[in-house]
Ligand binder design. Structure first.
Ligand SMILES: *[C@@H]1O[C@H](CO)[C@@H](O)[C@H](O)[C@H]1NC(C)=O
Ligand SMILES: *[C@@H]1O[C@H](CO)[C@@H](O)[C@H](O)[C@H]1NC(C)=O
Ligand SMILES: *[C@@H]1O[C@H](CO)[C@@H](O)[C@H](O)[C@H]1NC(C)=O
Ligand SMILES: *[C@@H]1O[C@H](CO)[C@@H](O)[C@H](O)[C@H]1NC(C)=O
Ligand SMILES: *[C@@H]1O[C@H](CO)[C@@H](O)[C@H](O)[C@H]1NC(C)=O
Ligand SMILES: *[C@@H]1O[C@H](CO)[C@@H](O)[C@H](O)[C@H]1NC(C)=O
Ligand SMILES: *[C@@H]1O[C@H](CO)[C@@H](O)[C@H](O)[C@H]1NC(C)=O
Ligand SMILES: *[C@@H]1O[C@H](CO)[C@@H](O)[C@H](O)[C@H]1NC(C)=O
Ligand SMILES: *[C@@H]1O[C@H](CO)[C@@H](O)[C@H](O)[C@H]1NC(C)=O
Length: 511
């Protein structure tokens, strides 16, 4: 009778160890059903649950803790994000479960009151939604955002304006009906803030596309009056109709203006198989012509393997556990942000738990999340890349600049050594800039004449060793016409931007 005793004792002991694992409770507040929201629960739930499974089965990360979550919806009866329901749910969750962290809300109007509460309670709040610029860290000091924000969108628009030296006649044209989460209002607010800070002369113009019919004869003269660079945000159909009308009105030659259509999740491209002008009606030819002056601003899809794996898991988990079909869409960046946010929270918690494994002050955990470089599903680690301009023409004997930027991963994947750029090279008509003789610029030559290279002094490197590879050509000669490529070498690797930039040199350029 002694024999069965041993397994029994072992079983009891392992149960005891399990029982000792302290619960880390997450309180989740997101829209439960309305999957129009990129942060709707059927989209985010699969990511959160996967993160929890990964963390709880990791023997090293939080060995004495176990994550569990409680969910409440921020939707009202009409399925719309509510700024009154969300804080009530937050209070309920706080009283019932005393959570260690809040996940969500995603809508800006719901996140705002909840963020004030969590800051007051000193409980960290992690979201990849809440993109509005108003989430200032001095007021919302408990809020960590791991998603794309409208402040960044504004900074991107600013870069565009700076690049082309557009300082006036910038028009922000957007739809707003003051209900729901006002996506266009908040997106344009990001531009308004950032362009405004840079003293770019701005006009904003709002219309309500829900008040049908939209009076285009009203809007179009106003655009013509004020705007040459028009950032617009509204539904794809209204935008297309506006472009058709604007083009037909022919108030200006087409080259006098440019429209940017803010469509961060690229829905207008997806719904039309990358022909955002096409509707299959008689306006298509005009629309296609009109769209020649349109640029669509979307988020950039992460290209790293981790993200592709993440999306493939997300889709299968969503159908299996949430009976919801997730398509390939830029919206999947948002679940990626929630996944990374929760992972990062756990690492921050790991580093801040007290010696006895007790819950640390929320402030301490949040501090550990901010300013952190985290290599997650969204791939915070940049890829090897060189960004060149489109091919262009240079007038003979003039001085020209090739704007250029480059990125590389922070650390070497195998050795964990931090990459440091040690050499930068520009070469004409060579696929990898491998050799040394034909380089027009080579920092090794400049530094030490080590390779006995005769680089051309008319080629001046205006860039740096961090991310700017801008090159200047002084007194461009006919013979300078070529495809130029940039190569950089780090202490661990080298990389050449394959695409290159083709330059033609003539006595007169036609723009
Ligand atoms: C953790 O939560 C589970 C279920 O929610 C509960 O049964 C268990 O007692 C909790 N453990 C501790 C240590 O509080
Ligand atoms: C934090 O993580 C490390 C290794 O990942 C582990 O050794 C350590 O026990 C963890 N700390 C806590 C408090 O869980
Ligand atoms: C914008 O204008 C203000 C007032 O004229 C000035 O103080 C500020 O430096 C300017 N900012 C930029 C970025 O030019
Ligand atoms: C549209 O705007 C024009 C110009 O402001 C105005 O004359 C016209 O009556 C408006 N049409 C409608 C249907 O409101
Ligand atoms: C899954 O969703 C579909 C509609 O999308 C519904 O018809 C079906 O009943 C659902 N299945 C379950 C098991 O809930
Ligand atoms: C984050 O880094 C920036 C610049 O490196 C610094 O100015 C800022 O104070 C840091 N913020 C936190 C919360 O550590
Ligand atoms: C440097 O270049 C010159 C001229 O092409 C050549 O004569 C000389 O041998 C080279 N020196 C070395 C060390 O390669
Ligand atoms: C790169 O450097 C050039 C020359 O200094 C500068 O004009 C340009 O603005 C820089 N580009 C970026 C992206 O910082
Ligand atoms: C460029 O300069 C050369 C010599 O200085 C001259 O022969 C040529 O005509 C110039 N080309 C143009 C387009 O001005």
């Amino acid at each position: 009778m002694l024999v069965p005793m041993l397994p029994l004792v072992l079983l009891l002991a392992s149960q005891r160890v399990q029982g000792l694992r302290q619960n880390v409770t997450l309180a989740i507040i997101l829209p439960q059903k309305n999957t129009d929201y990129p942060w709707a629960w059927p989209r985010i739930g699969p990511a959160v649950e996967r993160a929890i499974r990964v963390i709880n089965s990791d023997a090293a990360l939080l060995p004495n803790h176990r994550l569990q979550y409680f969910f409440k919806s921020s939707e009202n009866k009409a399925g719309i994000c509510s700024e009154t329901i969300a804080p009530l749910m937050a209070v309920d969750l706080k009283l019932l479960h005393d959570p260690w962290v809040f996940i969500g809300p995603g809508c800006s109007y719901s996140a705002s009151p909840v963020g004030l509460f969590t800051s007051h309670w000193d409980v960290p709040m992690v979201t990849a939604g809440a993109p509005a610029v108003a989430f200032d860290k001095s007021v919302y000091h408990s809020v960590t955002n791991t998603g794309p924000t409208h402040k960044k969108l504004g900074k991107f628009a600013l870069r565009i304006c700076e690049r082309f030296q557009w300082r006036e006649h910038v028009l922000l044209l957007f739809n707003d009906n003051k209900v729901d989460d006002r996506p266009c209002f908040f997106a344009v607010e990001g531009l308004f803030t950032e362009l405004g800070k840079a003293n770019i002369t701005l006009v904003d113009m709002v219309f309500n596309e829900k008040q049908l019919p939209v009076n285009y004869s009203d809007i179009i003269p106003d655009i013509h009056q004020t705007g040459r660079v028009v950032f617009s945000c509204c539904s794809p159909d209204v935008f297309r109709q506006m472009m058709v009308r604007f083009h037909q009105a022919a108030l200006l030659p087409q080259k006098e203006y440019v429209f940017f259509y803010i469509d961060v999740f690229g829905q207008s491209l997806k719904d039309t198989q990358n022909k955002p002008w096409a509707r299959g009606d008689h306006d298509d030819p005009v629309a296609m012509e009109a769209y020649k002056s349109v640029k669509i601003l979307t988020y950039s899809e992460p290209q790293n393997k981790e993200y592709k794996d993440f999306v493939s898991h997300l889709k299968s988990d969503a159908i299996k556990n949430f009976n919801f079909t997730i398509d390939d869409s830029l919206m999947n960046i948002i679940p990626g942000g929630f996944y990374d946010g929760l992972m990062m929270y756990t690492h921050a918690l790991n580093e801040t738990l007290t010696a006895s494994g007790e819950r640390p002050p929320g402030k301490k955990v949040t501090e550990k999340m901010w300013n952190r470089t985290y290599h997650g599903a969204l791939g915070a680690d940049p890829d090897w890349h060189v960004e060149y301009p489109e091919p262009f023409c240079v007038v003979e004997n003039s001085t020209t600049t090739i704007p250029c930027s480059f990125t590389h991963p922070v650390v070497h994947k195998k050795t964990d050594v931090k990459h440091r750029v040690t050499r930068v090279v520009w070469c004409p008509d060579h696929n990898v800039c491998w050799g040394t003789l034909s380089n027009v610029y080579d920092s090794w030559n400049v530094a030490a004449d080590r390779w006995n290279v005769t680089a051309d002094s008319r080629f001046v490197y205006l860039g740096d060793r961090v991310g700017n590879c801008t090159l200047q050509i002084i007194k461009t000669l006919k013979g300078d016409a070529a495809t130029y490529r940039f190569r950089f070498v780090t202490n661990a690797n080298g990389y050449t931007g394959e695409k290159g930039v083709r330059i033609t040199v003539t006595s007169k350029c036609y723009f």
